[in-house]
Design a protein around this ligand. Structure first.
Ligand code: C2E
Ligand code: CA
Ligand code: CA
Length: 386
């Protein structure tokens, strides 16, 4: 509807209905239950296998493009299956279970299907618990930031740090982002959490600047869900209008999957941030869809090579070649390169030899409190290279 108009949207729906119809029997039922969701009721099946056969043939039929006037379009399909009486004998519950299985299929990469299983309910209730706890944590401001230093090769001096969030879960339990960032992305809570991170980073930068450091960038992770939010740039503008002199000390790290599917809104928001004076870094480079053509189009300053490549350096030939190529290409495009997850001196030496610009990793320092970062700033960093 958005890109080709409602008429095209109607053609897509009609074509899909026809295809569904041609893959089920006369006594089966097809219903469109919301915008792009259909329910198919297969009656009198003998086994799970019957259901998966029908499902596979439906998925197969989506491989053929849909004609829209002079053009063709592809749509993907994700299917969740629940079976009565095994999964439930209640209609609403069956639909809910099929829905859960459908989300799982979608998460696992589209164009496939999943049967419902009770574990999915366990996962949902875990998520609901974390969500409830997170709302409380936001209210009580139970979060804090750690900073992991970034070190300039050659000079061996700290030029920045990445802000990494932690959750003070109880008196002696601290939760890492893996525990709550995915849930907060799913529920949208990442928006207020991200807001808190930026405010906290601003007040921390103020303290760092008091040390008279002349060169420092604080990197803040921005999840794709945040950049998708049309309010994001408006809020950033508002927050920094009070401290515009701090913009130059900020860098946003965004993973490349925020820009696949050519999400123009996201790219234009990135442009606005860049125009305001923020630095932008592509995080986890090499793990997603890494296309060279989008790199040229994106308003970015830095590429961050993912830990997955760095960890096998220098001996793994593939990792070494990929890293080398990414650095050469980035420099051609005038982008700086940060290697993340540098854990030992061999990796560091290799990266320095192939002209990587900046390093980050346990070899230089684990994520640490602001106080420890400040202390580190005041001491020379040459010790790393001994
Ligand atoms: P990331 O952006 O890739 O951050 C780097 C992660 O690698 C951090 O994990 C860091 O502690 C870890 N790391 C750094 N150096 C090394 C090393 O030498 N070896 C190994 N094995 N690991 C290293 P952490 O802090 O658990 O963060 C995990 C992820 O959570 C981050 O991955 C980022 O995607 C997300 N995250 C963290 N803070 C925020 C935040 O404030 N906002 C958002 N949206 N996401 C955040
Ligand atoms: Ca990051
Ligand atoms: Ca990473």
């Amino acid at each position: 509807n958005d890109t080709s108009g409602h008429e095209a949207g109607d053609i897509v729906l009609k074509t899909i209905s026809e295809r569904l119809k041609s893959h089920v029997r006369k006594n089966d039922t097809i219903a469109r239950i919301s915008g792009d969701e259909f329910t198919v009721l297969l009656s009198d099946i003998n086994s799970y296998d019957d259901a998966s056969k029908v499902t596979s043939s439906i998925i197969e039929s989506f491989q053929t493009p849909i004609r829209l006037g002079n053009t063709e379009t592809f749509v993907t399909v994700s299917i969740g299956i629940s079976v009565t009486p095994d999964d439930s004998t209640n209609m609403d519950e069956l639909i809910k279970n099929a829905d859960l299985a459908m989300y799982k299929a979608k998460q696992d990469g589209r164009n496939n299907f999943r049967f419902f299983c009770q574990d999915m309910n366990v996962e949902v209730s875990r998520k609901a618990t974390v969500e409830r706890e997170l709302r409380g944590a936001l209210e009580n401001k139970d979060f804090f930031l750690l900073y992991q230093p970034k070190v300039l090769f050659g000079e061996a001096s700290i030029v920045g740090a990445e802000a990494l969030i932690r959750w003070q879960y109880s008196d002696n339990v601290i939760k890492n982002p893996d525990y709550f960032i995915p849930v907060s992305e799913d529920t949208g809570l990442i928006i207020p959490i991200g807001r808190w991170v930026i405010k906290q980073a601003i007040s921390d930068i103020r303290r760092l600047l008091d040390l008279c450091v002349e060169r420092i960038k604080i990197s803040v992770n921005i999840s794709p869900r945040q950049i998708k939010d049309s309010n994001f740039v408006v809020e950033i503008r508002e927050v920094f209008s009070k401290v515009p002199e701090f913009i130059q000390y900020f860098e946003f790290e965004i993973t490349e999957n925020a820009f696949i599917d050519n999400q123009l809104g996201n790219i234009s928001r990135l442009n606005e941030l860049r125009d305001m004076g923020f630095s932008i870094s592509i995080d986890d480079f090499g793990t997603g869809y890494s296309s060279l053509s989008y790199l040229k189009r994106l308003p970015i300053d830095t590429i961050k090579i993912d830990r997955a490549f760095v960890q096998d350096l220098p001996n793994d030939k593939d990792s070494a070649e990929i890293t080398n190529a990414v650095i050469a290409m980035s420099h051609k495009l005038n982008l700086a390169v940060v290697a993340e997850g540098v854990e030992n001196v061999e990796q560091a030496q290799f990266l320095e030899a192939i002209s990587c610009d900046i390093a980050q990793g346990f070899h230089y320092g684990k994520p640490m409190s602001l106080e420890n970062l400040m202390e580190k700033f005041l001491t020379r960093v040459e010790q790393f290279n001994q």
